[in-house]
Design a protein around this ligand. Structure first.
Ligand SMILES: Cc1cn([C@H]2C[C@H](O)[C@@H](COP(=O)(O)OP(=O)(O)OP(=O)(O)O)O2)c(=O)[nH]c1=O
Length: 207
């Protein structure tokens, strides 16, 4: 599988499910368009990453599937939090998330790179998880930002790291918060490739 992502978390989640990967990072403009909803935004960005990567590969493909994804954090007020530009922005994001619930949405685009097909088969979808934070003190926020962990993560936290200490509850898929709803990805791949045995194959694969 081609993975159009520089995210080490996406790589680990897919490898743990038994996929072998060829990494082909995509560089696109991630600016939100005026009036765009958070879920439209992540789906559009995932599809743009997939398209940009497919174009960069040209016709020389050795893998049969390409996956691209994008993750954002968003609040009930419609504020979209991507990766913080600097530590000040990271502290502001964590203050905004403190003591309330927010959503984490990941857009995923899957392409079946079948040279014999008449048209390109694709599937794209958005998975959303609700995460609640404890009330955070300024001392806690400053200490966490100083650790460096928030800087490459949407919403300025990593639920898989020390950021788990911020979280009072979660509704939905944990892996989706980390960057990829891998259980749903495997099921969507079954539909895309017409392979009803893919989930069972991943569950039974030897490490
Ligand atoms: C909320 C949250 C996000 N994240 C990460 C997942 C994503 O890697 C990142 C959001 O940025 P993305 O732009 O989705 O991904 P990326 O820049 O890391 O990789 P690429 O664009 O090449 O695909 O935030 C965590 O690791 N843990 C978390 O708890």
């Amino acid at each position: 599988m081609y993975l159009a992502s520089q995210s080490p978390r996406r790589r680990q989640l897919l490898e743990a499910a038994g996929f072998s990967l060829t990494i082909v990072p995509a560089d696109i403009d991630e600016t939100r368009q005026a009036g765009e909803t958070p879920t439209h935004l992540v789906k559009r960005l995932a599809c743009q990453k997939a398209e940009a990567t497919r174009a960069s590969l040209g016709g020389r493909t050795t893998e049969n599937v390409l996956l691209a994804a994008d993750t954002i954090v968003w609040t009930e007020d419609g504020d979209v939090l991507g990766k913080p530009a600097d530590e000040k922005a990271a502290r502001a994001m964590l203050r905004e998330l403190s003591g309330r619930a927010h959503h984490v949405s990941t857009g995923v685009c899957l392409m079946h790179l079948d040279p014999t097909a008449k048209a390109l088969a694709t599937r794209s979808f958005v998975e959303t998880t609700r995460v609640s934070f404890f009330d955070l003190t300024d001392e806690e926020i400053c200490a966490y930002v100083a650790s460096g962990e928030p800087m490459d993560k949407a919403g300025a936290y990593g639920i898989q790291g020390r950021g788990r200490l911020l979280v009072s509850g979660i509704e939905g898929d944990w892996a989706n918060v980390v960057g990829l709803p891998v259980a749903r990805v495997v099921r969507e791949l079954e539909a895309l490739l017409g392979r009803q045995d893919l989930v069972a194959h991943c569950l039974g694969a030897q490490d």
